[in-house]
Design a protein around this ligand. Structure first.
Ligand SMILES: Nc1nc2c(c(=O)[nH]1)N[C@H]1C(S)=C(S)[C@@H](COP(=O)(O)OP(=O)(O)OC[C@H]3O[C@@H](n4cnc5c(=O)[nH]c(N)nc54)[C@H](O)[C@@H]3O)O[C@H]1N2
Ligand SMILES: Nc1nc2c(c(=O)[nH]1)N[C@H]1C(S)=C(S)[C@@H](COP(=O)(O)OP(=O)(O)OC[C@H]3O[C@@H](n4cnc5c(=O)[nH]c(N)nc54)[C@H](O)[C@@H]3O)O[C@H]1N2
Ligand code: SF4
Ligand SMILES: [Mo]
Length: 734
């Protein structure tokens, strides 16, 4: 029997960043418990964290590069695999230009330092206009509204959950998801303590979710009408003289414009559209306004819908108008220890955000933060002409399952000249690849939640070293990404990774030392380099970012400040305290003010106005849902997570089931303008009449791909984000 040992690390599976205590025997992970000493999660963990043992030992996980041989894959050496990639991508780039190679980044990239820090090296090396990511089936509307209001795509206000008295939550179900754009381990516990201390939670969701059941109040909302509902609240705040931006007033432009824009959206008018009574809308407006500390929070249900950007914007409009933005117990900005867009450049002013600097070739959709809406990926592959995508790279993504019009994208990927995927499974997307490059086990890499400490409800810094050594024959994902970057940059399949990595690190250091917001601004570059030269890869980059970040040791200037060494000495993390007010310093708009009525959003209200006369006439719409023991399109196959309540069924209200003759436990057919799937019906009054709900992420034997039903032309016109909630469908028994 090999000896057992314990390793402490942060869970890489969701945004909650829980601390884990792993029991390891040799290389084998035998048990996972919550790390009670973790400064942020205090021992909390969910079933997915426990299932890491099964993930680690899953025989289906890829450990060796695969190359295509006809219709089959066969194992290959790393050298052969990279040579195949070079031979596949070079001719496309040489003959058809950079835009002929498309790139898609999936969700796990933000849970992994390789993806977060080296993904951008590959993006830059490729410089294709055809860059896509899971962002445009997720939070793009929130990033866009935040960018337009506060100056950067990551200037996203986070609920100060531990100190608030009142929370209005729309389109989120943290009892299943554990929170999103809102890093707060044990969010269920934090919500319960809000209520224990006398606070109130109100949930707005077309389904009576677990979160809704734990709330003081829940209201069904017609899918896709949050913008109208929230406008009703704004209207009511103005009409009843309840606006009190207080100290924000001198930092805010556009309050009067918002008053004008909100005028026609009276509670009485929007009530008919969203299905929530005007008396309730008026009361909620008053409650938020008079609460000592209140916060409005919207998540994926408010983003992946027709008016996603307007709804996301209105969430923060209410936070500003009621004086709750940037206030303790309200919606606050994180101060990220490793730095980020809100700690770069001159404090309090910036370039702001522009969109549409280029457009998609076929449909002319606008670029947002340099990416194109993934809803147009299939047509960019299928439509011939100059700039057509012929080669494709997918990094930790499964767009066939997670993005609109799955059948068409499946067809499109099948016709590519060449495709390479970096992934750990063969799945509906990577099965089309010519080469699959497997990432190493998450346990054999260092971990720092660079992305999620930008969105965290406390300021936290926590680094986990690798818990097990790299397996024989494995390659760290950051090296894989650098080798791909070298290939697309024309350096061939055998580039000198160490030299490339040094170049990347020197560049990150340079950015840190020339950042006027950094305590290390102007420090000597040669001396600074000596301090970090011994490290390599993501560890070196994070070390530089911590040292030059707002709490950094700034290369000797602040001896008590942070560096990677300090985090290595504190395996349970360092709590840098609750969020602190940051306005005006946090702003990066050209005016140095909060833009409460940004021009692109004000212009988009016309579209919302036009929708007000639409009537539904008894039609059905589809929404999604997440289950606690799920993780987007992967991990379904693990025994601990499948079965029980975690099944792919269609929730339908008893009235609708009767109306359409659909029987509980029997197959029903659901059809939209994009396609049709068969799914087992589950009759429940937890979903509102007129709405059916099918979880996303399923494929194969255990469930159907729900995005077969998502039409590629249904997008939030402003952000290009896919509409995945509120899709018109018909339902019938099979
Ligand atoms: N209808 C509907 N569709 C949705 C949603 C919805 O609510 N409803 N939600 C959307 C949202 S929020 C998201 S984020 C997207 C997710 O969409 P994607 O990011 O496209 O899909 P994931 O299921 O997260 O796929 C992750 C892939 O990464 C692989 N992977 C896991 N770990 C690693 C690793 O360490 N390295 C590498 N290289 N690969 C790894 C997995 O095998 C899997 O293939 O789906 C979106 N789609
Ligand atoms: N267990 C588990 N956890 C996860 C994931 C997972 O797949 N499984 N995925 C992770 C990812 S990538 C993300 S982005 C987060 C998402 O985190 P959350 O946003 O909390 O995700 P959901 O649980 O899908 O909750 C969305 C809710 O929006 C509701 N909804 C749908 N349409 C509308 C609408 O028009 N208006 C309103 N107000 N509500 C609507 C749905 O009924 C659903 O309850 O979860 C993360 N955590
Ligand atoms: S809540 Fe998220 S971070 Fe915490 S154990 Fe579960 S999957 Fe991991
Ligand atoms: Mo997501």
């Amino acid at each position: 029997m090999p000896e057992q040992r314990t390793a402490i690390r942060t869970c890489p599976l969701c945004e909650a960043t829980c601390g884990l205590e792993l029991t390891i025997e040799g290389r084998e992970l035998v048990r996972v418990r919550g790390d009670k000493e973790d400064v942020f999660s205090h021992g909390y963990l969910c079933p997915k964290g426990v299932a890491l043992t099964e993930l680690e030992s899953d025989p289906n996980i890829l450990r060796t590069p695969l190359v295509r041989e006809g219709d089959e894959f066969r194992e290959a050496t790393w050298d052969e695999a990279f040579e195949r990639v070079d031979a596949g991508l070079r001719p496309i780039l040489d003959q058809h230009g950079r835009d002929a190679v498309g790139l898609y980044l999936g969700n796990p990239n933000v849970h992994n330092l390789a993806g977060s820090l080296y993904g951008r090296v590959l993006i830059k090396a490729l410089s294709t206009k055809n860059f896509f990511s899971a962002t445009s089936v997720d939070q793009m509307p929130k990033q866009l509204s935040s960018g337009l209001m506060f100056g950067t795509g990551i200037s996203i206000p986070i609920p100060d959950i531990d100190r608030t008295d009142y929370m209005l939550m729309l389109g989120a179900n943290p009892f299943a998801s554990n929170g999103s754009l809102f890093t707060a381990p044990d969010l269920p516990g934090r919500i319960r303590s809000l209520r224990r201390r006398g606070g109130k939670l109100v949930v707005i969701d077309p389904r009576r979710t677990q979160t809704a059941k734990e709330a003081d109040e829940h209201h069904f909302i017609v899918p896709g009408t949050d913008a109208q509902f929230l406008f009703g609240i704004v209207n009511s705040l103005f009409a009843n003289d309840l606006t009190k931006p207080g100290a924000l007033l001198e930092h805010t432009n556009g309050i009067e414009e918002v008053r004008e824009l909100a005028k026609e959206f009276t509670p009485a008018r929007v009530a008919e559209i969203c299905g929530i009574g005007d008396d309730i809308i008026e009361r909620l407006a008053r409650e938020i306004a008079v609460a000592n500390r209140a916060v409005v929070y919207g998540r994926i249900g408010t983003c992946t819908q027709e008016f996603g950007t307007i709804a996301s914007w209105l969430v923060d409009v209410i936070n500003v108008l009621t004086g709750n933005l940037d206030r303790v117990g309200g919606a606050m900005f994180t101060t990220p220890a490793a730095g980020g867009p809100t700690t770069h450049g001159k404090p309090g002013i910036g370039r702001g955000v522009k969109i549409g600097r280029h457009r998609s070739r076929v449909r002319g959709l606008a670029e947002v933060f340099s990416e194109l809406p993934v809803a147009c990926l299939a047509e960019e592959i299928l439509t011939p002409g100059h700039g057509q995508i012929r080669g494709f790279i997918s990094l930790a993504g499964n767009p066939v399952v997670s993005t609109p019009d799955s059948e068409r994208l499946d067809l499109a990927l099948a016709g590519l000249d060449f495709m390479v995927s970096v992934d750990i499974y063969i799945n509906p997307t990577t099965r089309h690849a010519d080469v699959i490059l497997p990432a190493e086990s998450a346990l054999s890499r260092g971990h720092y939640d660079y992305a999620f400490y930008l969105l965290s409800c406390r300021n936290i810094a926590n680094y986990s070293p690798p818990s097990v050594p790299l397996a024989d024959g494995a390659m760290p994902e950051w090296e894989i990404l650098l080798r791909l970057a070298a290939i697309v940059a024309g350096q061939g399949p055998h580039a000198d990774v160490a030299a490339f990595d040094e170049m990347v690190a020197r560049d990150v250091l340079q950015r840190g030392l020339t950042n006027p917001s950094s305590p290390a601004f102007g420090a000597d570059a040669d001396l600074a380099w000596k301090e970090v030269a011994d490290r390599t890869g993501p560890e070196r980059l994070i070390d530089i970012m911590l040292r030059t970040g707002p709490f950094g040791e700034a290369f000797g200037r602040k001896p008590d400040g942070l560096s990677l060494a300090v985090l290595e000495a504190n395996p349970h993390g360092i709590d840098l305290g609750p969020l602190v007010p940051r306005i005006p310093e946090v702003l990066r708009t050209p005016t140095g003010k909060i833009e409460l009525a940004p021009e692109p959003i004000a212009a988009d209200i016309e579209r919302l106005r036009a929708s007000m006369t639409r009537r539904r006439n008894g039609g059905m719409v589809l929404v999604g849902r997440r289950q606690l023991r799920s993780n987007n399109s992967w991990m379904h196959t693990l025994p601990m997570l499948s079965g029980g309540t975690n099944t792919c069924t269609m929730h339908i209200h008893p009235h609708d089931a009767e109306r359409f003759g659909v029987k509980d436990g029997e197959l029903a057919s659901v059809t939209s303008s994009a396609g049709s799937i068969g799914v087992v019906a589950e009759i429940t009054d937890a979903v509102m009449p007129g709405v059916v709900s099918i979880p996303h992420g399923w494929s194969g034997e255990k469930g159907e791909i729900s995005n077969v039903l998502a039409p590629a032309d249904l997008i939030d016109a402003l952000s290009g984000n896919a509409v995945l909630n509120g899709i018109p469908v018909t339902v019938e028994p099979v």
